[in-house]
Design a protein around this ligand. Sequence first.
Ligand code: DAH
Length: 337
Amino acid sequence: MQWNFQEIQQQARNDAGSIGNPQELEAFRLKYLGKKGVVADIFAALKSAEPADKAAIGKGAKELRGLVEELLAEKSGGVNAVKTIEEQVDISLPGTGGDIGHTHILTQTMKEIITVFEGMGFVTIETPEIETEFHNFTGLNIPIDHPSRDAFDTFYLDAEDPSSKGRRLLLRSHTSPGQVRIMKQHKPPMAVIVPGRVYRPDAVDASHSFMFHQIEGLLVEEKAQFSELKGLLTEFCRRFFGPKVNMRFRPHFFPFTEPSAEVDINAEILGIQRKKWLEILGCGMVNPKVFEAVGYPKGKYKGFAFGMGVERMAMLKYGINDIRLFYENDVRFLKQF
Ligand code: DAH
């Protein structure tokens, strides 16, 4: 018999011992079990073997095949390294989760402001960003020669106002036209806030933008008083900025309120070192001319109104020093809030 099966088996074990990667594993399989492999050779030789040797050769070949199969199974576990999910993942580690977005800091600030006023009984109404000259100016007692009506201070559309021949539509320059719209549609008593975008053709810098957000407030009933306006806005500032806020009402002029005031808050208390007092809103008692413009009976109602810039409020509350940060959508900024 030309085969020394013991030697061949030993050779197979040695070969298997040096397998280090899947390619070597496959080469090993082919060497012994392939079509032209050792086992196939032995079986092929079986035909011409001496009859007396046939049984031993057949047995040797089968044993060799069994051994190689065993070695292959043993080796493939290590080489192919098919790990179970438990081996690959340490399930005791905290999960990473997906990146979930969140509301923009301006939206958050709007919601905070709205929540305070809704908590005091105000109802939120949104009115259009594309407005008529009547709602944005005339109805608010802003005279025809007022500088804010100038084409350099307001974005006018090409489209003509369907309700007023020769007058063009515009992008509202403040949320105050909401007052006119709402009063035209509803009878007092009412307490509403109007949040939204406003537009002015300002050059963009750290404190100006051609688009920003305002929140308008309006309360109308038969006996509204300035002292109530003061109380309301004082309580608002305490709830929004915290109980330690220090504020002042400073006389001012607005065509649509009489008397009018601006509210400043003391920036030192907020930990901001620039100017001591910073203006945060305009307010006043609704001018009777506005009631007249919306068709309310003369002398029947009193009301007060206020308007504030949302960006300004957010900048003061959260220490943001550049208005452009709100619109650039840099996630490093957005993620901070
Ligand atoms: N509309 C004014 C502005 O944009 C802000 C304002 C002032 C609103 C006084 C009011 C108000 O309702 O009473 O500058």
